[in-house]
Design a protein around this ligand. Structure first.
Ligand SMILES: NC(=O)c1ccc[n+]([C@@H]2O[C@H](COP(=O)([O-])OP(=O)(O)OC[C@H]3O[C@@H](n4cnc5c(N)ncnc54)[C@H](O)[C@@H]3O)[C@@H](O)[C@H]2O)c1
Length: 280
């Protein structure tokens, strides 16, 4: 029997990219109910309808009351919660000297507080059930630093920390916790990202040429394989595992490589910087 058969799952950020691919894969593998949640109401309805998902909910993960309602409504409708995938996320790219505190706030609100709200709401239910699996989608940037994305890197490192710490606490209570750390994946995240003080189109083109982008369906399958095996940290490809290993074996070599990358991007810096209000 497939490990996801008859399971009740929530996927946040399910309207696009990795979240959408996770919803498709869970439905295909016989989940009893996949609840798709996203701030994009139209997108979430389309994904749910196309994949016979149980429910679509418009949820802003940076609002605790939205996330509470998502978990409570799922449990009252379906009787339990087996799998909580906190996947919703955003990107803001730029040098720290060009970012305002509002940029930091926005990234942390969605990418860290969104995960904290989802994790704590699901954990409460799962501890009571005596079972369940929480999967937080961080990034390779949560394992090794990514310059020009310091707030994103900070949020993702925090998500790795909270997930690995909770995994230890939850084990004896029957709750499993995994953190997924994909490398670059071909999704909408760069198209919707805020670029601060960097020429947007040129920066996107550089990023796309510098990294091999994985297919979201492959990434979703790798995440679910890791969940099935109850891995603590799930890195989606062998190349990304090698990248992570390089950072652990030789941080100085990794940092030198990243510094070269920053110097390569510096000519794309713009003098007139955007403000959060203009770009979000
Ligand atoms: N694409 C990559 O290269 C990559 C790599 C590593 C990790 N990730 C992580 O994977 C996750 C999914 O990203 P993706 O690449 O599929 O991007 P995506 O932009 O295709 O999808 C992200 C989804 O999250 C939703 N979302 C954004 N803010 C939200 C909010 N406040 N509340 C609810 N939903 C919200 C968006 O509407 C969108 O549907 C993110 O956490 C991202 O950081 C992405």
């Amino acid at each position: 029997m497939d490990c996801f058969e008859n399971k009740v799952a929530i996927v946040t950020g399910g309207a696009s990219g990795i979240g959408r691919a996770l919803c498709i894969e869970l439905s295909r593998r016989g989940a009893a109910a996949v609840v798709v949640a996203d701030v994009n109401a139209e997108g979430v309805r389309a994904v749910a309808a196309a994949n016979r998902c149980a429910q679509a909910m418009r949820v802003d993960v940076s609002r605790q009351e939205d996330v509470r309602a998502l978990v409570d409504e799922t449990v009252s409708r379906h009787g339990r919660l087996d799998l909580m995938i906190n996947n919703a996320g955003i990107a803001i790219c730029g040098e720290v000297r060009d970012l305002t505190l509002a940029h930091w706030q926005r990234v942390l609100d969605v990418n860290l507080w969104g995960v904290i709200y989802g994790t704590t709401a699901a954990y409460r239910v799962m501890v009571e059930q005596g079972c369940g699996h929480i999967v937080n989608v961080a990034s390779l940037d949560g394992l090794a630093p990514m310059p020009l994305s310091a707030p994103y890197t900070a949020a993702k490192h925090a998500v790795v920390g909270l997930s690995t710490a909770l995994r230890i606490e939850g084990a004896a209570l029957g709750v499993k916790v995994s953190v997924a750390c994909p490398g670059t994946v071909q999704t909408n995240i760069l198209n919707t990202a805020t670029f601060v003080g960097i020429k947007r189109q040129e920066a996107i083109a550089e990023m796309r040429s510098g990294f091999k982008m994985a297919d979201p369906a492959d990434c979703a399958r790798a995440i679910l394989r890791g969940v099935e095996r109850n891995r603590a940290i799930i890195v989606d490809t062998w190349l990304n595992r090698l990248f992570w290993r390089l950072y652990r074996l030789s941080p100085s070599l990794y940092i030198a490589l990243m510094q070269t990358g920053v110097e390569h991007m510096r000519p794309l810096r713009e003098e007139s910087i955007n403000t959060l209000e203009e770009t979000i």
